[in-house]
Write a protein that binds this ligand. Sequence first.
Ligand code: CP
Ligand code: NVA
Length: 335
Amino acid sequence: MKSLKDRNFLTLKDFSPDEIRLFLDLAASFKKLKKFRIPHDGLRGRNIALIFEKTSTRTRCSFEVAAHDLGMQTTYLDPQASQLGKKESIADTASVLGRMFDGIEYRGFEQARVECLAKYAGVPVWNGLTNEYHPTQILADMLTVREYFGEEKGRKFVYMGDARYNMGNSLMIGCAKLGLHFTACAPEKYYPDAGLVEECKAWAQESGGSITLTEDALEAARDADVIYTDVWVSMGEPDEVWEERIRELNPYKVTIELMNRASENAIFMHCLPAFHDYETEIGKKMGERFDFRDLEVTDEVFQKYRKPVFDEAENRMHTIKAVMAATLGYEIIAR
Ligand code: CP
Ligand code: NVA
């Protein structure tokens, strides 16, 4: 296994199954330390920059809390208040930040932007979500699966909805590398990129997992251990796509009927934020416009499976801590 120190964390494609499992082991150890309030601030004196070109609750808070627990200082850069993109290129910004900070988190648009940042920064760069990938989310999801089922390998993991965007792509990669049986369930036009599917099939073959693409929601849900969904319209997409998305993805809404087809101990998961009622501006607006009470998941399912969904959200912080600690060379490895 290559050392994780000084590595970028841009997509799980770059990490071996053992390396991904090491992040998970480390996260589980940090979770215990935090629970028992045992200090783990061995990165005192370090500084990290957090660049957010899109909004965030979980990812930003996870990076900030995890950094502070590790003893580090954070600087938040929102693109409205910085020169990034408008007056200064990503490459030049990366060169500046790399002189001041020990690590940089980036959330934004194309994967090429975070790759450019990594190329010029000279310090570890962590992907906090791009259009194509959301790798820190997948670590949290896999830690949650491990907590509920003892081991992630061998589980049937079904993703419903827009499978060609960051969450569908990244879950497929994570499942393929860790030996889960991954199903992307959506209309064919929402299947992940064919080239990525082929890469994942090869990894799945090595890990004992499998990749299935299907349009049949009832069949996909059968005996699933995890049914997962995400919003139907992602950040940065235009409002005009809502109507078509709702029409095309509504058959893939996670309902109690679907959950009842899953295995006895199945859990529902969602990266969040979720539209499951009228308590959000967008959920209410789209619900009223298209005559729905909910969008990608019913409120009934969401409330019934709140516990795993919010365990998953908490695990964002522990897994992001593991990524920063490992790539910045934290000395204490999993106990
Ligand atoms: N799941 C996730 O990335 O949440 P935020 O958009 O709130 O960071
Ligand atoms: N696909 C969603 C994920 C949010 C965590 C988005 O990009 O908005």
